[in-house]
Design a binder for this molecule. Structure first.
Ligand code: K7E
Ligand code: CUA
Length: 666
């Protein structure tokens, strides 16, 4: 009890420090930017940035793309949240992307991203992202910068330790934050039966080498702890995966106190090659579950959603040589592996040091069974036997580490608001710079791969306080770019971000930009409702369903006069953008529609569903300024009462004979 109290006091002390710190400015806030910073961040108008920076949008559910070093926002890619700007989650074609076993989920919380790799180097093909709240993993295709696939994860809750990939993108790996009763048993149990009923699950999602298609290969059933973050091993540790775990106390209430009692929690080392062997040998149990898998097809320009009912689970308690626990002080958050694959860095949020583990020592300890016991059947390796050494007095509240490939680690310190550069060999701090304020993740291009590209480091801050013009009670969050080519890190630019930035990744722009899709070929469009020319446009009624096959080209819709829609109709506007020119999207919106707009790329078909709620005249128009006559790009649709005899008519550029006698006379 005494011990518990003293630890609590330490925790409170750190919190008080944090609080105190936030109420004052670091001394050198005013002069943190030195003279040549502007030149280093300057990208002349009309010039490309050297790097893409993919930044998680946190509770916006989206991913944003910035150029580096300019910090210019290039695009927001909708991933887990609907986006009325792009029609994502509003068009009929994209709605299935947000299907889950719970139904349509229009929002999530995106924390981490990982770019696909080949031989441990970023290959620029895909970027994966996690949904925390309703556990899912998404794959964004970097040819189109569109979300191509979303897979839900069974047996999981709070998908935080996710998505992290292996060196050849064999797997995207996802660890659950909340342990919960598995999906195939009754979860309606007392919360305080945590220790008995709650389990942690790690999912291994295989990725097709050519198409990127994801499927859940297997899951590991693990003790009921909270998995926080993870990273794949590299080179010599390539067949392993490492996860930080907290709440090894298995608390189920007031975690801030009850999950901070132990001096050390764990890093869990997973031999995934071994797990693969067990799966091949049929050692997995088939478990009945329900999860949804959504895929967007670039030819039909539509998503399909499929419900899956089975997953293979390996029990790490009985299959002894998959998982090992390494003690790690104290509620570890980040779990990062250096470019050589030898050093594994655990960042204990409440620890006053950073432990660096040695993969070689870990392997020796495992083969010598150098254990201090087990934790729910998983061997616990002796701390000293796996430890390479500790970075002493790095700062307060270490969270995340990235690497420059030149022998240094860079760790964010949430509580002391700084980023600390340290040498991996001698574990000495070589530089520290303040950040503004309370940094979470950081990113060096390729900084979690075998081959970092260490020109810049970007730090993502949780709090900006006095850095920007105030915008009401909610202030911008921000990124700060440091030039890291010299001995000392040099702050060169701040830029605000969208949502809350967590992890981000960056890569030299050449790796991606040359394979970027410019437009979709109209002749390859196999959307069932495509019109490949104006001659194919039509309006078709089947009962109360009306399909309008519409085309858009500068600067008109065809048809642009439509009559004969009646109350009670369900109207589907299938808009094909006929343009075959780069950079000419058209938009589509109609008065009273209870959806977002459509934003239709050249060669694409997208569908807006509309159920008019009263008779009358409804204009529709193009929302994207596409030509000098964009404002003329519009049309009318007439809605008549259900019982009216108004015939279905549609036309472009001509006036048809009066449709019936309901013309208004004044
Ligand atoms: Cu540190 Cu959710 Cu990766 Cu944010 S987490 S900071
Ligand atoms: Cu088409 Cu504006």
């Amino acid at each position: 009890m005494k011990n518990f109290k003293s630890k609590l006091m330490v925790a409170i002390g750190i919190c008080a420090l944090a609080f105190g710190f936030q109420s004052c400015k670091p001394k050198n806030a005013g002069n943190a930017v030195s003279g040549d910073a502007a030149a280093k961040a300057y990208v002349a108008p009309g010039k490309y940035d050297g790097f893409y920076n993919f930044v998680s949008g946190g509770f916006s559910g989206q991913m944003s793309v910035y150029g580096l070093p300019s910090g210019r926002l290039l695009r927001v890619i909708p991933v887990f949240s609907v986006d009325p700007e792009k029609g994502y989650g509003f068009s009929e074609e994209t709605k299935p992307m947000l299907n889950t076993s719970h139904g349509f989920v229009p929002w999530d919380d995106l924390h981490h991203e990982d770019l696909s790799q080949t031989n441990g180097v970023i290959d620029g093909r895909w970027i994966f992202a996690n949904a925390n709240n309703t556990p899912r993993v998404a794959r964004v295709d970097l040819k189109t910068f569109h979300t191509a696939e979303i897979i839900e994860l069974p047996n999981s809750a709070g998908n935080h330790s996710s998505p992290f990939i292996t060196e050849n993108t064999e797997y995207v790996v996802a660890g659950t934050r909340f342990s919960v009763p598995p999906d195939n048993v009754n979860g309606d149990v007392p919360i305080n039966s945590y220790k008995k009923n709650f389990k942690g699950t790690i999912s291994f999602i295989s990725v097709d080498k050519t198409t990127g298609a994801m499927s859940i290969a297997f899951q590991l059933r693990c003790p009921g702890v909270n998995f926080d973050l993870s990273h794949s091993g590299k080179l010599k540790s390539g067949g392993w995966f490492f996860f930080s775990c907290y709440n090894t106390e298995q608390a189920n209430t007031l975690l801030e106190v009850n999950a901070s009692q132990r001096d050390k929690d764990f890093i869990m080392a997973v031999n995934w090659k071994k797990a693969e062997e067990y799966v091949k040998a049929g050692k997995g149990e088939k478990q009945t579950v329900k999860y949804v898998h959504n895929v967007f097809n670039e030819k039909t320009h539509s998503a399909t959603s499929e419900t899956k009912t089975e997953v293979i689970v390996l029990d790490t308690k009985t299959l002894k040589d998959i998982c090992y626990f390494i003690p790690c002080p104290k509620s570890p958050h980040g779990c990062d592996v250096d470019p050589t694959g030898e050093y594994i860095v655990g960042s204990g949020k409440l620890a006053a040091l950073i432990p660096v583990f040695s993969f070689t020592k870990l392997m020796t300890a495992i083969s010598n069974k150098d254990y201090i016991g087990d934790y729910e059947g998983i061997p616990v390796v002796k701390y000293e036997s796996a430890l390479y050494g500790e970075v002493k007095k790095p700062g307060l509240g270490p969270l995340h580490t990235e690497f420059d490939g030149k022998g240094n680690g860079y760790t964010t310190m949430f509580v002391s608001s700084e980023v600390v550069k340290w040498n991996i060999k001698d574990l000495k701090v070589v530089d520290r710079q303040p950040t503004f304020y309370s940094p979470g993740h950081l990113c060096i291009p390729g900084g979690d791969t075998r081959s970092p590209d260490p020109k810049y480091m970007i730090v993502y801050n949780k709090i900006t306080k006095d850095r920007y013009l105030p915008t009401g009670p909610e202030l911008a969050q921000s990124a700060q770019i440091f030039d890291i080519t010299g001995e000392k890190m040099q702050l060169i630019l701040d830029f605000p971000t969208i949502g809350e930035p967590h992890y981000a990744q960056a890569v030299a722009s050449d790796v991606i930009r040359n394979s970027s899709v410019k437009f979709y070929k109209l002749e390859e469009n196999t959307n069932p409702f495509v019109s490949k020319g104006e001659s194919e446009t039509k309006v078709v009624r089947k009962g109360n369903r009306v399909d309008i096959y519409l085309t858009a080209i500068r600067s008109h819709f065809s048809p642009d006069n439509i009559e004969g829609i009646k109350m009670g109709d369900e109207v589907y506007w299938h808009v094909t953008n006929l343009e075959q020119d780069w950079d000419v999207p058209h938009g589509f919106a109609i008065k009273g529609a209870l959806t977002g707009e459509l934003l239709i790329m050249p060669g694409e078909t997208q569908t807006l569903k509309w159920s008019p709620e009263k008779p009358g005249m409804y204009p529709f128009y193009c929302t994207d300024f596409c030509s000098a006559l964009h404002q003329e790009m519009s049309g009318y649709v007439r809605v008549s009462p259900k019982e009216s005899k108004t015939a279905l008519l549609f036309s472009t550029g001509k006036n048809l004979a009066p449709n019936d006698s309901t013309i208004v006379k004044n």
